[in-house]
Design a protein around this ligand. Sequence first.
Ligand SMILES: Nc1nc2c(ncn2[C@@H]2O[C@H](COP(=O)(O)OP(=O)(O)OP(=O)(O)O)[C@@H](O)[C@H]2O)c(=O)[nH]1
Length: 363
Amino acid sequence: MRKYLRAAVCRWISRLISNTLQVGVSSDAISDSSRRTFIINLFCLVGVLFTAPLGLLSLFHGYWLVGSGLIGVALLYIGNHIYLRRTQNHVLSGNIILYPLYGLMLYLVYSGGVNGTGHVWIYCIPPVSLFLHGLKRGLTEVLLFTVGLIVILFFMETPFDDLNFHPDLNSRIVYSFVLITFLSTIYEYISSRFNQSLQQVSRKLELAATTDPLTGLLNRRGLAQQYEKVNYSTSNVWLLDIDYFKRINDDFGHELGDAYLKTVAQELTRFLENEQALISRWGGEEFLIILDRPSIQLNLSERLIDVLKNTVVKTNDDQAIQTTVSIGLTMMASGEGIPKALGRADSALYEAKRRGRDQAIAK
Ligand SMILES: Nc1nc2c(ncn2[C@@H]2O[C@H](COP(=O)(O)OP(=O)(O)OP(=O)(O)O)[C@@H](O)[C@H]2O)c(=O)[nH]1
């Protein structure tokens, strides 16, 4: 029973932590904003876990100002997390973390914190600042913070001085802070470069997975993805098939067959450039087009048939490759889904082929 209870509590805690860290993180896990949002969540969580108990401890030892400052920061971070959860505004959320943190850390150095240990917390500044504000702005802010640190340690009379530590401590605090800043800068530089190349690779992979390499049109997967993004209400679905394409391959070779497919793809794109349309190579010599039009566009498809009939691809010895296309049309209601509409378009295309090709049939 006790074992079961312990496992349930562990599961609940790990779910709570994971939910807290994932607030506002988009599915694109390697984007900069996702990375920053994740770090803000992490910092809010760690910040609260550190500042709240330390604040209570300080209050317990009678350090009212430090204690209430720490408790205030813990409350601010809780509020910040709720704000991020509601608005997903990671820019403002990052500022809410950082600026009070700069103030709190400078105050801890100035006052000495609890028994002169305040300065030991300042080393979280460089990584957090560079993570949240990036190299340029983060480094500028850390440099300004360092100036503040130097002013407090060397040019001000502070309660920290009254604790009579060895005079070398002040310079060591600054040196070690600069060292951590340097290491954090290198780390941030490498990780942002790595992240940039990861994003480039990811974009290339995404393109390769959604595009037909021969024609540059969308492939099936790309069409399905794009259709989910666009907001077409009732639309036209055209299934276009090149007539007697096998003959082109047989008579002129596959390479010229490929050139013909590319030319058809270019002509399709040009013909539909003023339409809201998704154009894809569905496979082989078939193209699937989704057109954002509320009524069946038979005339438009017949004009396309004429354009493609007059499209000529020349071979090296100046022979003209020319053929016709057939189109099956149907309407697709929003939410109906491509497969169902495709079934009707396919049967209309079959009918167009059966009736002698070089024509459009609507179903
Ligand atoms: N060059 C080239 N040919 C392809 C490609 N994909 C499919 N094909 C060819 O397209 C031809 C399709 O032939 P069929 O299905 O018989 O159709 P068709 O000759 O167009 O006849 P109908 O559709 O009945 O008018 C086959 O010869 C395939 O090899 C490609 O990417 N490049």
